[in-house]
Design a protein around this ligand. Structure first.
Ligand SMILES: Nc1ncnc2c1ncn2[C@@H]1O[C@H](COP(=O)(O)OP(=O)(O)O)[C@@H](O)[C@H]1O
Ligand SMILES: CC(=O)OP(=O)(O)O
Ligand SMILES: [Mg+2]
Length: 396
């Protein structure tokens, strides 16, 4: 019987999973890869084996069902074939105490649950698979890998918030997220483009949640998310950095309480809020292409323009922090697939030394800048599951 390791990567809009052949540890041989995507219209589940053959393809219009329970029951059909030796998880927040991957014991789980106020959107979502497995298989080795770990190198000045010191004592400092993805990309760069790995490079992780990492000498120097995953760029449903005066306005004029603020800032803002129709870049592009003159399309254009504008502002800030820019790497759902977004942003970055190769960009080539571009621009698929898998192996 084959030894297998399963990695779960829960995001704000998806639950991705990969089953690895643990006997073939160094090559990270994939046996099954799948994903459940959820949005306001329902959910879709698909999975493929190592040869790309479809193992599952299902869709639901109901958003209220327990996706993890469904997935777990689906995976059980393979339990006769493989011996599950460990599970790895993406956990969004490690707080100040978890700076490295850790084996999840009941006591660790309890401490991770206590970080929920730091990220109400993700912490419970990323802990849900952990709890479901612990109930079914309490003795199974479960390893947590944190989005925050990669940013432990950011300097103190970038970590502090300009608030009264008592907040620092409560852990209200800047942490940064998407670190599993940044760690994977940094290691990939070391192999495929050592100059960018050792230089001043901005990695743009643009998925449903979006952030930038200023990578200098292979380490995170600064990032756009901070205390929570609400900071920085405009995202699918999140506002990103916003004048705190707006929150005071909502509290005073609309009597908004905590849950109303969570709903507005985490779920109803960003691309969804400004376009008025969807958080999904694919849907926005499709709707606008159908009828570019429709009033809805004008709002979509404004949403897309704002998305690019916020990226431009934050790239300017990170370039200043690094003292220049040598490379820009696009990754995650939007970064890997949306050539139009990359085009608009790169056009706006001419001042920084970016010259786009349009044809390379259209075909999502690994390098999309021209050979004489001062800044090298790359498209690199992220693989958070592989990064988590490698951490699990270190434990076994
Ligand atoms: N082919 C595509 N073209 C444009 N955008 C895409 C495409 N595929 C995915 N996306 C965008 O990427 C998002 C999902 O990114 P992903 O990194 O998978 O998300 P998560 O944050 O859930 O991990 C979608 O919401 C959508 O906006
Ligand atoms: C931290 C974060 O924003 O994650 P995601 O992109 O999965 O929402
Ligand atoms: Mg993700």
């Amino acid at each position: 019987m084959q030894d297998v390791i399963i990695v779960f990567n829960s995001g704000s809009s998806s639950l991705k999973f990969t089953v690895y052949d643990a006997a073939d540890s160094q090559s990270a041989a994939v046996l099954i890869k799948g994903e459940i995507e959820q949005n306001q219209n329902g959910a879709r589940f698909h999975a493929r084996d190592q040869d790309g053959a479809v193992l599952a393809e299902e869709g639901w219009s109901d958003t209220g069902f327990d996706i993890f329970d469904h997935l777990f029951r689906w995976l059980e059909q393979f339990s006769q074939k493989g011996r599950l030796v460990a599970v790895g998880h993406r956990i969004v927040h490690g707080g100040a105490e978890f700076l490295e991957p850790v084996r999840i014991t009941p006591e660790v789980l309890d401490r991770l649950e206590r970080l929920t106020p730091f990220d109400p959107l993700h912490q419970q979502a990323t802990l849900a698979p952990v709890k479901a497995i612990a109930q079914k298989l309490p003795d199974l080795v479960q390893i947590a890998c944190f989005d925050t770990t990669f940013h432990k190198t950011i300097p103190k000045v970038a970590r502090l918030l300009p608030l009264p010191r008592r907040y620092e004592a409560q852990g209200v400092v800047r942490y940064g997220f998407h670190g599993i993805s940044y760690s994977y990309i940094a290691q990939r760069l070391a192999l495929i483009d050592p100059a960018l790995a050792a230089g001043r490079t901005i990695i743009a992780h643009l998925g449903s949640g979006a952030s930038l990492c200023a990578l200098k000498n292979g380490k995170s120097l600064e990032t756009t998310m901070g205390f929570s995953a609400l900071d920085g760029l405009m995202m699918g449903t999140r506002c990103g950095a916003i004048d705190p005066g707006v929150l005071l306005y909502m509290v005073q004029e609309e009597q908004a309480d905590w849950s109303a603020l969570v709903q507005t800032l985490y779920h109803e803002s960003g691309l969804r809020g400004v376009s008025g129709v969807s958080a999904d870049m694919r849907v926005l592009r499709e709707m606008r292409a159908k009828d570019p003159q429709a009033p809805g399309s004008v709002r979509i254009t404004e949403a897309l323009d704002l998305f690019v504008y916020r990226l431009l502002q934050e790239i300017g800030a990170l370039t200043a922090v690094m003292g220049g820019l040598d490379g820009l790497v696009f990754t995650a759902g939007i970064g890997e697939h949306d050539a139009a977004l990359r085009h608009d942003l790169c056009q706006a970055l001419g001042w920084a030394g970016v010259t786009l190769d349009d044809a390379a960009n259209q075909r999502h080539a690994p390098v999309i800048s021209t050979s004489d571009s001062r800044v090298r621009v790359r498209v690199e698929p992220t693989d958070e599951e592989r990064e988590i898998y490698m951490s699990v192996l270190k434990f076994l």
